[in-house]
Design a protein. Sequence first.
Length: 382
Amino acid sequence: MLDLYRRLPIARQIIIVAASLLLLIFTAMTVMATSMASRSAVALAESDLKEQMSILQDTLDSVFDSVLARGERQMNFFRRQLPGDFNLGSGMVRTGNVDLPVIRAGGEVLNANRKMLLAFQELTGEDAAVLAVHEGKLYRAATLLKKDGVYQDGTEINAGDPVADAILQGKDYGGLAIRNGTYYFSTVKALKTAEGKVYGGISVRIKLDSELRDVRALFGKVKVADTGYVYIARQTKDDKTLVEFVAHPTLAGKTLEGMDGETRDSIAKAVAGPDGLLSYEMKDANGKMRKKLGVAGTSERWGWRLVGASWEDEFLAESMKLRNFLVISSIVAALLSCAVIFFLVNVRLKPLSEFMVQMDRLGAGDLTISVRDADGNSGNEV
């Protein structure tokens, strides 16, 4: 190969070396520029995603504050409908299937008394309940909750329930409650004697239909890159469902049950993982595995996870355009440079052909040869 190269005309030898060198230089420049542009694009996308997630978390927290305030208003309204202040009566009264301490409002016994609960529900559409503490446990003293058509007065609220934990510690509570797929917000106030002893509580449960509708509409408008979106999810602690989508462009109210294994695992990890940047693979609409780039955050007040993500190549679209531009520019520049070099080499080495003719004559014994336009004082070898 080297011997073949040496036999080529000088012009071709020079153009081959020049073209190879230019190809190497332009390739290295393109790779470096593309790599730097890709890193810059990813860093910018990550920064934008974090900022966007922070704004969305603040938005969700403000919705929580609004719901909390509405719960307080409804609680105050309920208390004003009662015939008097709450107080602990003397003795016990049969409530459902158990005997519980007597709880009064003014002079009226509230145990298993649904008259005021039904009146409040008719006025507001919200549910209220009276709770009683007995022997270190929390019971429903009066409720509109039914099971198999039977009111659940006198049933225990299991330990570990956030309402039970709060009341038994003498604390108020405000938080999410989900019943049969419907989202509620419970506002609970502890009832105490003048000595500070906790004897029960009152609960007002408001539906979150309007707030949930607004949240879904608001977050449904948020775009990530070209086709990405933001969804809100909560963990269900159920091995079948794992995650329920609070807000999602197409899966709101649904769970991971029935999804294919790879998609299920990817979403479950994103929801269960720590806050911050995400990078994982999922199948696209065509069933092809592609890499996703996103960010996850947590709304501590709701206990919900926010995840915003899109396909990584969408974030790198501008970088890819730059790469393609550099590749085309490099090829054009290399070809143009080679053409200019080839032209110059041919022009400047053209006198050699005349010189070779004279050398052939000299080799044949002709001593009268001469090289035209030769300048003995020139530094030009030709």
